[in-house]
Design a protein around this ligand. Sequence first.
Ligand code: DGY
Length: 329
Amino acid sequence: MAKPQVFVSRNIPQAGLALLRAHCEVSVWPHDRPPTTQELIDNARGKDALVCLLTERIDAAVLAALPSLKIVANVAVGYDNVDLTAATQAGVVVTNTPGVLDDTTADLAFALILATARRVVEADALTRSGRWTGWGIMQLLGHDVHHATLGIIGFGRIGRGVARRARGFEMTVLYHDALRAPEDVERSLEARYVTLDELLRQSDFISLHVPLLPQTHHLIDAAALGKMKRTAIVVNTSRGPVIDEAALVAALKEGTIAGAGLDVYEHEPRLAPGLAALPNTVLLPHIGSASIATRSKMAEMAAQNVVTFFAGGVPPNALNPDVLGRVRR
Ligand code: DGY
């Protein structure tokens, strides 16, 4: 029997490619940059499976242009880049990579909390610059993280991981989520459920861990920023459009809040005008899950979903398993 044909939209870690190559005919996009939509269509034409990244937008038009496609394996836990409704209607299985990146992303959220509060990037630049004149009692004063109040918006696996880390810093942890966590989880993480309003008003640090949905788009807008303490620091490792980035720039300029640590942006890789020039920000290029081990696990997980599907099984991370009985053939 002919092997399934797979297009991989970027060079991914070897563990994933090796697993795919053991079972499928694999072609890989050869460039560092993402393919354009037309390039994606041209390269995936006639393929049975697509292994893609969050930079690829897989919508109804792309699915219609690729009628042979049966499965889309997204190498990310967030799948807002894939129109799941359109895929389900078209009879295409969609999978993601949950679970394996939680601790790595929670680590990075904490790195942003610390780096922004303690002005680590500014301090590093001063040390290297040759302009450092020696220890100064008024130099680079920041905000304490220990014993501060951390507000976590979105209390899923990653949000809870951040709460777990906050205990080591003896922080007071508040959280808000559409669903309240079970009592034993709240107790073990010493996290208190509050309304969004309360969280915005009481927190010294606000860390975002919600998926991008119509309900979370611009969740942090000018009104939300206006409710925060003037000393508050906002950290985002979820998805950029959860924050109204132009409103954030205005709030940071006007001193409505003290700082922001961002790993994600509203229009990646572009930044909102003025953001890059603000000293009270730490700006990372979407590296939340970027550890060697985690990216390797993500690639392997995506590959396993594809391999399981073509072996006739249920892909372990299928987002629309109902499609399995009526997949395009
Ligand atoms: C995800 O998985 O959704 C991250 O943003 C990239 O690892």
